[in-house]
Each structure stands twice: as structure tokens, then as C-alpha cells.
Ligand binder design. Structure first.
Ligand code: CO8
Length: 260
């Protein structure tokens, strides 16, 4: 089977580009997350790799977020395994010593938005057809505390409160305005701009930058690490409720209808 992520590592610059290539929409399935984490871990352990750019090979979509099919009609055991993999992705990226830049070349709802929020910097394609945000409430589900914390750390409390309660999906210009992304560029310049930006970040001594990053993020990381099992239990009991399964079914039907 084709790999779901493709990594290009440039030895001369120390920068890796990770292309998500899981058709059609890079949804974060258990398989995807497992492969993704193995690749991040490999790069993390390779001391010659100092920067990671995450982008999508799929047209129009960065990542559609968590694979809804992993949360629909699955056993509690499987749901727990899935959730542990979601936590792992977040822990690995949010605590990475590498400079991480999200090159957001398409829509990025929910888990896709979370993935980009773990990065040090976000560059998005200036295309009004794309959107980004934590839209969980629109599916009748609730973004967990560490999704919320990551968002608060990026855009502040009030913006997060509005965004999460309403399940807001922002256009690129709105996202820039609230600070959800850092820079908008024309679609065909997203990756080149990410590479240029990376050069600036890598001019800062690694050690000083890494300690600073850790100082900013450690309390948020420790909070999940210390509550990891409880968070899994909480997810499993929430997602397997009949009422929540019904919400997900309705959302899936809405997605299908919208296509026509
Ligand atoms: N999971 C599974 N399948 C998906 C997903 C997804 N997240 N997103 C899209 N698909 C499927 C579609 O159903 C469709 O399938 P099919 O071809 O069989 O009809 C196919 O992918 C292509 O989708 P579209 O035709 O919609 O493609 P577009 O290019 O028009 O749009 C979008 C792409 C914008 C990504 C659009 O598909 C979309 O909005 N998807 C839904 C995204 C979403 O709401 N994701 C939220 C997932 S929940 C999450 O990430 C965090 C959950 C936290 C859980 C907390 C509980 C306690």
C-alpha cells in the first residue's frame, strides 16, 4: 500500500517536508496517525534534522481532521486505541524540539486545525474557499481540554470561547485577523514561503529556542500527560453514547448530501 505520508529530508538545510497524502482528504485514521507519528519520531531522533514543514499533497484540503469513521460504530477498545494515537500525535508535535511550520494549502477543520496549532508557525493559502477552525460542536461533539488549551495558547481566551462554542470555521483572512494563522500567501507560494520562513527560525540558536518553546508549552503538555488515561476513558464513554453516535450519523449524512 502507498505510504500515507511522504518525507523529503534536505540534508544540506536540515529541513524535512512532510507531505500528507492520504486520499481523499487526509483524514486522521488510526493507520494514518500511526504512520505519521513513526515519521515524526524518526526525524526527531535524527539530530541533523532541525526543522519540519507539514503540508498536504491532496488538492484543496490540508487535513479533514479526525477520521469520523474511526468514531462511528466502533468498539470501545478500538475507540480507546484510536484516541491514544490522537493524543500521541499532539504530544509529539507540541513538544517537538524541531522548528515546526504548517504550510496550510487547503481546508483544515477540527483535528486538522489542531495539527497546525501544534506548530511554531502557520502559513495559509489565501483562498477564500478554504476554512480552518475547531468546529467540533457543529458535529455535536466537544473539543477536549487539550484542544482548547492549544487554541487558547494561540489566540487567547475570548476568541477561543467564541470559536469553540459556535464551532467556527474561519476564512483565511478571518483566521489571520484573530491570529489563528500567522501569514497568508498566494496558494502557489505556501511551500516556498514556509521554506524561507524556516531559514529565519533556524538562524536562532537551537538550544535557546528549544528551552523557550518548552517553557511556553510544558504546563499544557504536562496537563495531558498526567491525565492521559482519564482522557481516554472520557473520550470512549462520550463517543460511544447513543446520542453522540446519532449526531455523528446525521453529520455524515449532511456531508454526503452536500456533495450533490
Ligand atoms: N472523516 C471521514 N471522512 C471524511 C472526513 C472526515 N473527517 N471528511 C470528509 N470525509 C469524506 C467525505 O464524507 C467524502 O466521502 P465520500 O467520497 O464517500 O462521499 C470524502 O471524504 C470527500 O469529502 P468532500 O466531498 O466533502 O470533499 P471536499 O473537498 O468538498 O471538502 C472538507 C473537504 C472541507 C474537508 C470536507 O470534507 C469537510 O468539511 N469534512 C468534514 C470535516 C470535519 O468536520 N471534521 C471533523 C472531524 S472531528 C475532529 O477532528 C475532532 C474530534 C474531537 C473529538 C472529541 C470527542 C470527545
Amino acid at each position: 500500500t502507498t505510504p500515507k505520508v511522504k518525507v523529503e529530508f534536505d540534508q544540506s538545510t536540515g529541513v524535512a517536508v512532510m507531505h500528507m497524502q492520504s486520499p481523499p482528504v487526509n483524514s486522521l485514521s488510526l493507520d494514518f496517525l500511526t504512520e505519521f507519528c513513526i515519521n515524526v519520531e524518526k526525524l526527531e531522533m535524527d539530530k541533523s534534522c532541525r526543522g519540519l514543514i507539514i503540508t498536504s499533497s491532496q488538492p484543496k484540503v490540508f487535513s479533514a481532521g479526525l477520521d469520523i469513521m474511526e468514531m462511528y460504530g466502533k468498539s470501545p477498545e478500538r475507540c480507546g486505541e484510536f484516541w491514544r494515537a490522537v493524543q500521541e500525535m499532539w504530544l509529539k508535535l507540541y513538544s517537538s524540539d524541531m522548528v515546526t511550520i504548517a504550510a496550510i494549502n487547503g481546508s483544515s477543520p477540527a483535528g486538522g486545525c489542531l495539527m497546525s496549532l501544534t506548530c511554531d508557525y502557520r502559513i495559509m493559502a489565501d483562498n477564500p474557499r478554504y476554512s480552518i477552525g475547531l468546529n467540533e460542536t457543529q458535529l455535536g461533539i466537544v473539543a477536549p481540554f487539550w484542544f482548547k488549551d492549544t487554541m487558547v495558547n494561540t489566540v487567547g481566551h475570548r476568541t477561543t470561547e467564541l470559536a469553540l462554542e459556535l464551532g467556527l470555521l474561519y476564512s483565511p483572512s478571518e483566521a489571520l485577523k484573530v491570529g489563528l494563522v500567522d501569514l497568508l500567501v498566494p496558494e502557489d507560494e505556501v511551500l516556498t514561503t514556509a521554506t524561507k520562513t524556516m531559514t529565519k527560525w533556524l538562524a536562532i540558536p537551537d538550544h535557546a529556542r528549544q528551552i523557550t518553546k518548552s517553557m511556553m508549552r510544558k504546563p499544557t503538555i504536562d496537563k495531558l500527560t498526567s491525565k492521559r488515561e482519564a482522557d481516554i476513558q472520557n473520550f470512549v464513554s462520550f463517543i460511544t453514547k447513543d446520542s453522540i453516535q446519532k449526531s455523528l450519523r446525521m453529520y455524515l449524512e449532511m456531508l454526503k448530501k452536500r456533495r450533490g
